[in-house]
Ligand binder design. Structure first.
Ligand code: ADP
Ligand code: MG
Length: 580
């Protein structure tokens, strides 16, 4: 909850000199903006519970009720005036203010486009009071019995503004926007109870809870709380909390990288990027994490007075914050690798293998929740090439260091089994090889000309698109040149790519370039193509080498975030068959 220091401060109209310097602009664009402003007011009033109810997508009626400290009769008379606020008195106050609102404009803007009824009861007063506003003018002000707190009813929103009403989406779209707005408000206030209902149907109930639970509840039933971990850190004048999703939880867009600054959801690209960047070791190839970042910063280091709805913020120490986020998350993700399968938990790894509720990341279908997550590994466009029948020799690191592993065997033509003293490792041969290649491709950018350039034919469309994007490949050390119409050649490439030229060309033709994060995706696709597949036969010497390299990887996850191996020890096995 917001600090109590504002309790009892009376409302005053800001002088012109102050109001002129506050970011101007329309704040009430649709029903969800009303919800946003009213919830802000409830939270600023220290409410422990906030109830939102609406009909007809919020256009017919909309009510926000809270258990905050309420308003006196005098405040009620003033609260709807332009620039009337109890939260700041001067521009300097902005540098100290931690309230969500400060412009004194929300209620007056709502009153200008709707009928407004506010009932409020301030603790210690004899009774509650009610004010009714129509067309911006007060029609009623009287005493009424009321519960502690404030209830704001908004009716006939934009009824006298047919152009605006036409512009709005259908009721269903507005309902979705209301729900999302409420979630954006509820996530950073986990100790406040929120409910949302419409036409006597409960849509959401969020009881007071921990931050992690609130985040996972906001994402719907399909996301288990265990998929998140809360981590915190701090820096000069700021502190950070990240509710970090497990790498197996991901999306193909950035929508679930949420950033909150001083408990306001903001679209701060640099901070989102910091989170995304920290995850690249465990998630790449066009996959984005699910994570909520909460930055709490001294108000004088963050300027919210640049956007009327405060969706943007200017941070004075953005660089340092960025750095700290990456550092904090990286350290966390590094330790976040599942290494041991505990048989006490009934071989629940991978989580979906036991059936039941499909867990995220493993379930290709969007489950009950509305947020679609995707399978970690869908086969790339074009599918795999026919499997060669002869044993595959696996080029791994030029690493011939002695190994203490013993080769045990292959399983289901998919896994390599090795043993080290009383431990057994079951390794996914494709995923492991893919990871090793990905790391190698990523690290080698030193281009070397090919003695004989590798030529390839392309279609007319591919010819045109390659002409557009070919120069981008230089950043990966790959030089491709157009020889004649519809005929291209790889002229130069890092040595690591040599043995995979065919895969390289195929990947270039499939992926092109230009789209965002294409280079990471490119490398992931290339590694996937070039790696041995499940079903490929591998010779035992290569298998052992692959196992050795894999078990020594700093990040034992495939480029899609899945673990590369599981480990069992002797006792696990004895316990499994009841001998221990
Ligand atoms: P702002 O929030 O920027 O101050 P508003 O127009 O939203 O401007 O509200 C004006 C004033 O009305 C607030 O400063 C606050 O004092 C009072 N107020 C509004 N809503 C509530 C509420 N739910 N509980 C208590 N006071 C409220
Ligand atoms: Mg407000």
């Amino acid at each position: 909850m917001i600090s109590n220091s504002l309790r009892g401060v009376p409302i005053a109209v800001l002088p012109d000199s102050v109001s002129k310097r506050i970011a101007a602009g329309e704040v009430i664009e649709r029903p969800a903006s009303v919800v946003r402003e009213l919830i802000d007011n409830s939270l600023d009033a220290g409410a422990e519970a906030v109830e939102v109810e609406y009909r007809g997508g919020g256009l017919d009626s909309l009510r926000v009720r809270d258990t905050g400290w309420g308003m006196s009769r005098e405040d009620l008379e003033k609260c709807h005036l332009p620039h009337a606020t109890s939260k700041i008195r001067s521009l300097d106050d902005l540098d100290r203010s931690r309230t969500l609102g400060f412009r004194g404009e929300a209620l007056s803007s709502i009153a200008a486009v709707a009928e407004l009824e506010i009932v409020s009861f301030r603790e210690g007063d004899d009774s509650g009071n009610r004010i009714l506003l129509r067309g911006g003018a007060v029609t009623t002000l009287d005493s009424v019995p009321a519960n502690r707190g404030t209830s704001v009813d908004v009716r006939r929103l934009f009824a006298d503004f047919p152009a605006r009403r036409r512009f709005l989406g259908r009721a269903r779209g507005e309902a979705t926007a209301i729900r999302n707005t409420l979630l954006d408000k509820a996530i950073p206030f986990p100790d406040v109870r929120f409910t949302l209902s419409s036409e006597s149907r409960k849509i959401l109930t969020l009881p007071p809870s921990s931050l992690v639970r609130r985040v996972s509840q906001a994402f719907g039933q399909s996301v288990r709380e265990e998929m998140f971990q809360e981590i915190s850190g701090s820096g000069d004048g700021f502190s950070l909390t990240v509710v970090a999703g497990h790498p197996e939880l991901f999306r193909r867009d950035r929508r679930l990288i949420q950033v909150f600054v001083n408990r306001r959801r903001v679209w701060e690209f640099r901070l989102m990027q910091a989170v995304e960047y920290a995850y690249t070791d465990v998630l790449h190839g066009g996959l984005y994490p699910v994570a909520s970042l909460f930055l709490d910063i001294d108000p004088d280091k963050a300027d919210f007075n640049i956007h009327p709805a405060k969706r943007e913020v200017r941070l004075r120490t953005a660089g340092e914050i960025h750095h700290r986020i990456v550092e904090l998350l990286r350290a966390h993700l590094h330790a976040y690798t599942v290494k041991h399968v505990s048989l006490d938990r009934e071989l629940t790894f991978p989580p979906s293998a036991t059936g039941g509720t499909p867990s995220l990341g493993y379930s290709p279908e969007p489950t009950k929740g509305k947020i679609p997550f995707f399978a970690p590994h869908e086969s790339p466009a074009g599918g795999y090439k026919p499997e060669p029948l002869q044993p595959h020799s696996v080029p791994t690191q030029p690493d011939d260091s002695p190994t203490d592993l013993t080769f045990v065997g292959f399983l289901f033509e998919t896994f390599i089994i090795v043993q080290r003293s009383d431990r057994v490792y079951i390794i996914d041969q494709h995923a492991a090889h893919e990871r090793i290649l990905y790391d190698r491709f990523r690290e080698s950018r030193a281009s070397q000309p090919l003695l004989i350039p590798e030529e390839f034919e392309v279609t007319e469309d591919q010819d045109a698109s390659l002409s557009r994007v070919s120069s981008e490949y230089r950043s990966l050390g790959i030089v491709i040149e157009r020889r004649e119409p519809r005929r291209w050649a790889v002229a130069s490439a890092p040595p690591e790519y040599r043995e995979n030229l065919e895969d390289l060309i195929e990947t270039i033709l499939e992926l092109g370039g230009l789209e965002e994060a294409w280079d990471r995706r490119f490398l992931a696709e290339l590694a996937c193509k070039a790696a041995v597949k499940g079903g490929d036969r591998v010779d035992s010497g290569s298998a052992l080498k692959l196992a050795h390299t894999t078990l020594n990887l700093p990040v034992p996850r495939c480029p899609h975030g899945r673990p590369l191996w599981v480990e069992l020890d002797r006792n696990d096995l004895l316990r499994l068959i009841g001998r221990l």
